[in-house]
Design a protein around this ligand. Structure first.
Ligand code: ASP
Length: 306
């Protein structure tokens, strides 16, 4: 029997961990666990970058992305969902009920209808107020990259305004790895924009016997390096989880200058239960829950000073 463990991006993952832990140590599957971790975040109006609390695109329309993965032949994803609050659950249905990996846009919503998933209000009052303020010009200059509480539990955590994701990785008592990811993407994005989070190999990757990886931050940077796939491949070649995460963020830094608001953090969980993280900038935390750890801790390696 394996020791169960869950790791998730950001301290807001901790609230989900506390909720799912009793079931996980009671034998729940890693797949059920990662779906539930994301669903809790998707319902939380205090998290302004995932699900109901997320910020809309520049036209004021909310679009959500998510994916879930057990292994390369068992994964599902949706992007630009507009009527259903739980993209992670639609992604799971895509994985389990179709021969496909990814559905997008209104047709992904239609698929969710066909799976009897309820359409729900998508824009929280806070998100609507933020959009209206921005439309009136009351939002002022573009925000500093790290000044938004965004559900953070720790004063030193500085979620990167305009985008964050819940990415979660789990090993259950049977030793099965699973991962999932859910986001509203970048606030005020160009309508139709999809980032790394729902793209298998970019925002999430799971290879049984090796490990899993996910991340948060500027999706476009992660997509240029196939971030999650690269991290897992590095572990397959012998890197520790932290070394694998550092390899990804270092490549992004080496690829060219970054705008002040651009950053990425990666987390990885090896099949043996060891885990690691790396961030380009400070102000990021990983939530971790296991038999011996219950914390939201700063990245194992941070590449830049600010
Ligand atoms: N990676 C997500 C995206 O680009 C957002 C984030 O994690 O900050 O859509």
């Amino acid at each position: 029997m394996a020791d169960p463990i869950i790791i998730s991006t950001w301290s807001f993952g901790k609230r989900s961990h506390d909720a799912v832990w009793p079931a996980l140590i009671d034998g729940a599957s890693s797949l059920d666990t990662v779906e539930k971790v994301c669903r809790i975040a998707e319902d939380d109006p205090a998290i302004d970058s995932v699900g109901y609390g997320g910020r809309p695109d520049r036209e004021g329309r909310m679009t959500l992305d998510g994916c879930i993965m057990l292994q390369p032949r068992q994964c599902g994803a949706v992007a630009c969902v507009r009527r259903h609050r739980h993209p992670v659950s639609i992604a799971r249905q895509v994985m389990e009920r179709t021969d496909h990996v990814m559905l997008v846009g209104p047709l992904a919503d239609d698929f969710a209808d066909a799976c009897d998933m309820p359409a729900e209000p998508m824009l929280s009052p806070e998100a609507k107020a933020a959009f209206d303020a921005r439309a009136r010009g009351a939002a002022g200059p573009p925000p500093a990259p790290m000044d938004n509480p965004s559900g953070a539990l720790f004063p030193d955590e500085e979620p990167w305004r305009n985008h964050d994701t819940i990415g979660t990785l789990c090993i259950d008592q049977r030793g099965t790895l699973a991962g999932a990811c859910s986001t509203s993407g970048m606030a005020w994005k160009v309508p139709g924009r999809v980032g790394d989070s729902p793209i298998i190999g970019h925002g999430l990757y799971v290879r049984p016997g090796v490990g899993a990886a996910t991340g948060t931050g500027t999706g476009e940077l992660v997509m240029g390096e196939c971030g999650a796939f690269l991290a897992v491949e590095r572990m397959a070649l012998g890197d520790t989880p932290t070394e694998a995460c550092v390899a990804v963020v270092q490549r992004i830094v080496d690829a060219g200058p970054l705008e002040p608001h651009e950053t990425v953090a990666m987390i990885a969980l090896a099949a043996d239960g060891t885990w690691g993280s790396a961030s380009i900038r400070p102000g990021y935390r990983t939530s971790i829950k296991s038999l011996t750890q219950d914390d939201a801790r700063t990245a194992h390696r941070v590449l830049l000073d600010s």
